[in-house]
Design a protein around this ligand. Structure first.
Ligand SMILES: CC(C)(COP(=O)([O-])OP(=O)([O-])OC[C@H]1O[C@@H](n2cnc3c(N)ncnc32)[C@H](O)[C@@H]1OP(=O)([O-])[O-])[C@@H](O)C(=O)NCCC(=O)NCCSC(=O)C[C@@](C)(O)CC(=O)[O-]
Length: 384
């Protein structure tokens, strides 16, 4: 299949690393947000997806107060990006039916945080986006958009931004929207009730509408390394083709989802090479590994080696996808932070507090804590 067309946002090859930082900040506001704390290339951004991906599949209704408490606790760990909910059809994913109340709460009472936080919400179609936008419109000046992002977030000539100029405790949060395509037709039908092409048409409306409001857009592609219905053989060139489509629609970031955890090291490397060959920059990619087969950290290492610096994770290893039978949670935030620290990488996150949160939320919703690091640190503390 011939799909790999050049992207308009390629990096000129004569640019050197310090130019690249300035370049990526100029085209990607989130990149400059990262530089508020870390201008080094050993910084790894962890996006916490526990409140959405982690909870969406829970059968027992989780009280709104618990969800808000989870987000508020996470906001105090150094995280800059938290996926907070999902504007999807409640009859499909009932657990996310209170996402409107979550967004409204976050705007009216932004949790105390160490950094300005960007809260993201899924929207599968214009209806989902409209629901989110109507809340934003009813609460003007309670959130920042990336297009109006002010100078404190912009790095200076050295690539380091002026941290003292902004007080994160008083800065309104950012809001982002996420769309979620699938790499196989079967998964698209199960998850979105339509073909890949039809889903892309709907996502275009979401992306264009969100960008018109100045919102940043993440674009997931699910089942990139294995589909519960079509097996391991997912074509990486098809993934790259969908990624190009989404970027050309205006998505700011492509989030590659190993929904089933079927990914292996060689196939992760093959996928990333296909993305590179399609002209998609590492800076535009996030990896989203589920740990069903215990390969999430192996695949994370492969991605790091390839140059990826942004990963999704969920505290306590919460999660699973309603349309991926048997899939377990995301790689846990505690495990990935410990792993990064062991490699000398910097996440800016407070591992001890994350362990407490993983312990608390798993008890709260009656689940086993599936973070190995969380359990080890809590056990060690108890012994001491
Ligand atoms: C896409 C649809 C809506 C199509 O669903 P549909 O049934 O084909 O759509 P429809 O347009 O015929 O609408 C059906 C009903 O839903 C309503 N509706 C329609 N849209 C909305 C909306 N936005 N918000 C609220 N309500 C909505 C609509 O009004 C109607 O209501 P009714 O007339 O029956 O009362 C549906 O399939 C859906 O919501 N799917 C959600 C799937 C989902 O959330 N999956 C989990 C997230 S993806 C994931 O977890 C993977 C990821 C991202 O984490 C990465 C990875 O691990 O790979």
């Amino acid at each position: 299949m011939q799909c790999l067309r050049p992207l308009t946002r390629r990096i000129p090859i004569h640019l050197r690393p310090h130019h690249l930082r300035a370049f990526s900040s100029a085209v990607d506001p989130a990149a400059s947000k990262d530089h508020q704390h870390h201008a080094t290339n050993n910084f790894v951004k962890i996006v916490e997806v526990g409140p959405r991906d982690g909870l969406q599949n829970e059968k027992r209704t989780i009280p709104l107060t618990t969800k808000i408490e989870l987000i508020s606790k996470l906001a105090r760990t150094g995280l800059t990006d938290i996926e907070a909910g999902s504007f999807v059809a409640p009859k499909w994913v009932p657990q996310m039916a209170d996402s409107n109340e979550i967004l409204e709460y976050l705007l009216k009472y932004p949790p105390t945080s160490l950094n300005p936080i960007s809260y993201s919400f899924l929207a599968p179609n214009a209806r989902g986006l409209d629901n989110a936008l109507s809340i934003l419109r009813s609460n003007p000046k309670t959130y920042q958009t990336f297009s109006e992002q002010s100078s404190p977030y912009e790095p200076d000539e050295s690539g380091i931004s002026n941290e003292s100029a902004s007080d994160p405790n008083t800065a309104p949060p950012f809001v982002e929207m996420s769309v979620f395509a699938a790499a196989t037709e079967s998964f698209s039908q199960k998850n979105l009730n339509c073909s890949i092409d039809a889903s892309l048409e709907k996502f275009k409306e979401v992306i264009v509408g969100a960008k018109a409001m100045g919102l940043r857009v993440r674009a997931y592609i699910s089942v990139v390394l294995g589909c519960p219905f079509e097996g391991y053989d997912v074509d990486p060139r098809k993934v790259a083709e969908i990624a190009c489509d989404l970027m050309e629609m205006g998505a700011d970031e492509i989030d590659l989802g190993d929904t089933t955890g079927m990914g292996t090291a060689p196939r992760t490397a093959e996928l990333l090479h296909a993305m590179q060959a399609a002209g998609i920059r590492n800076e535009d990619l996030t990896m989203h590994f589920h740990d069903t087969y215990g390969q999430a950290l192996v695949n994370t290492a492969i991605s790091l080696e390839h140059g990826i610096r942004r990963f999704d994770a969920s505290v306590g290893g919460l999660g699973g996808c309603p349309y991926s039978p048997g899939a377990t949670g995301n790689v846990s935030t505690e495990d990935i932070v410990y792993f990064m620290e062991s490699l000398g990488m910097d996440t800016g996150l407070d591992l001890d507090t994350l362990c407490d949160i993983g312990d608390w939320i798993t008890k709260e919703i009656g689940k086993t804590n599936s973070s190995s690091v969380g359990k080890a640190i809590l056990g060690k503390r108890q012994k001491a």
